[in-house]
Write a protein that binds this ligand. Structure first.
Ligand code: GUN
Length: 297
């Protein structure tokens, strides 16, 4: 039986409309408009596309959008100064510094200079620590989006074996922490793991976040498993063209899995929707207001 295709695009549209409703309610009841500031350093074309999409979607759901563009030669001190001004700005509830930063900048130092309460990416060391210890945190957007889709499909995740492929600070580690908090049995595999295929074949939930095109094939997947593909890899499609593929070989895995996210149209659209959700949550927390339901982890 073919897997259910998890429609991340539709899921994200639903989440964005709940965020928009929460924003409208916050304006109406408290005269507050959540604001998201994005800092972009340099001219990286992919980053420019992300930032443009973020700005558009922020405005579409009724929030204030602030963009700070700095040249690729901007000094670390200039970037830290920009973040400090945003930390102090009461109209800004969420701050995102677009990554990657130029090589001469210490990205960790910049990220850790963001007020943790405004760290809507959830990359600050305080938020990573809060999440790892099961406390209320700002949760990184991509793992948050994956969790929302998993809960929607599976209900309770308690007792399920989740295997996360990849150990990045942005996806793998926070994903593992979230799944542990859901009472999954969690295995994290990475480039040095032995017999990755056999470990993956045990998974009820398989999350692939390694950045290796179509690495996960059908023989890695337990029949009926829920497969979440975080990979976004651009590959050569011949005749001078490129196409996007995930870390999962969709065509071979879809007939085996119980459910699977496609690329594009799976996890990707959820990331920005979760950023907007985090901004609304941050605004509510900053003002001591009840958090809109169903937006945080
Ligand atoms: N670059 C690509 N994706 C992201 C993201 O989610 N957050 C930040 N800060 N930079 C990125």
């Amino acid at each position: 039986m073919a897997a259910e295709i998890i429609d991340g695009k539709a899921f994200a549209a639903g989440l964005r409309s709940r965020v928009a409703a929460g924003v409208a309610a916050m304006k109406e009841a408290h005269g507050l408009t959540p604001g998201l500031a994005v800092v972009l350093v340099g001219e990286d074309p992919a980053s420019q596309v992300y930032v443009r999409n973020k700005g558009r979607q922020t405005v579409e759901c009724g929030m204030l959008s602030f963009e700070h563009r700095l040249s690729a030669e901007a000094s670390e001190a200039e970037i830290l100064d920009t973040v400090a001004r945003l930390n102090a700005d009461p109209q800004v509830h969420g701050i995102l510094v677009q990554l990657p930063l130029p090589a001469h900048v210490d990205a960790e130092k910049v990220i850790n200079s963001i007020d943790p309460a405004k760290d809507v990416d959830g990359f600050h060391i305080s938020n990573a620590g809060l999440l790892a210890t099961g406390q209320k945190a700002m949760v990184p957007c991509t793992p948050l989006g994956c969790l929302m889709m998993l809960r929607d499909r599976l209900g309770s995740l308690s007792g399920l074996h989740a295997v996360v492929i990849g150990r990045s600070n942005i996806v793998g580690k926070p994903m593992a922490a979230l799944l542990l908090r859901e009472s999954c049995t969690v295995t994290v595999v990475h480039s040095r793991s032995r017999d990755i295929e056999a470990l993956c074949r045990q998974a009820d939930i398989l999350v692939a976040a390694v950045g290796r095109p179509r690495m996960v094939t059908a023989d890695w997947v337990k029949p009926g498993a829920t497969v979440i593909d975080v990979g976004i890899n651009r590959i050569d499609a011949g005749e001078g063209k490129t196409r996007l593929v995930g870390d999962v070989d969709f065509d071979s895995v879809a007939p085996v899995a119980g459910a699977i996210t496609p690329v594009p149209g799976g996890v990707g659209p959820m990331t920005i929707a979760c950023l907007l959700a985090n901004t609304l949550t941050a605004c509510a927390r900053a003002n001591g207001l009840p958090e809109p339901e169903g937006l945080a982890a």
